[in-house]
Design a protein around this ligand. Structure first.
Ligand SMILES: [Zn+2]
Length: 155
């Protein structure tokens, strides 16, 4: 039996980089990336509209209990988070997270838009049925308070 080392040495595989190709043109690469970004934006818009349309079937409805309402809002948030989306608050337009919160006298809870406005956590809305939901892109994290909370080395 031929040893593996012997077989390998029969085909020397030293790769020599030969600079026959000219370096990639930076402008070309930028144009290509811009095209890709435009393409992805179009796809993202299609995804957003598809989710918006599906959620429209639920607006004006409640789901029978606080637990069920919370399950729905959690599912919606999970779905949106997965696509980098948030709901848009109908009152102020800020990107928000839809939640179902307890209110005195309303056993099934109310639907609220949870968002941070001027550094303060604020809730808008408060209807007992799922509101019409408009979707917006999730805003990038940029506040210094946020980055301070990041684990070390995650700059
Ligand atoms: Zn709002």
């Amino acid at each position: 039996m031929a040893s593996p080392q012997y077989a390998a040495s029969a085909t020397p595989s030293v790769k020599v980089m030969v600079a026959t190709e000219s370096p990639r043109d930076l402008d070309d690469s930028r144009i290509q990336l811009d095209n890709l970004k435009r393409q992805l934006n179009r796809l993202q818009r299609t995804v957003r509209l598809a989710i918006e349309q599906s959620l429209a079937d639920w607006s004006g409805k409640a789901f029978g209990s606080l637990l069920a309402n919370r399950e729905i809002t959690a599912t919606i948030h999970e779905l949106l988070e997965g696509h980098g989306l948030r709901v848009s608050c109908p009152e102020c337009g800020h990107p928000a997270i839809l939640r179902c919160s307890v209110r005195p006298g309303i056993v099934d809870g109310v639907f609220v838009f949870d968002h941070v406005i001027d550094g303060r956590r604020t809730f808008h809305g408060g209807g007992t049925t799922l509101p019409v939901l408009r979707l917006v892109a999730k805003p990038p994290r940029k506040r210094p308070a946020e980055s301070a909370k990041a684990p070390p080395g995650a700059s």
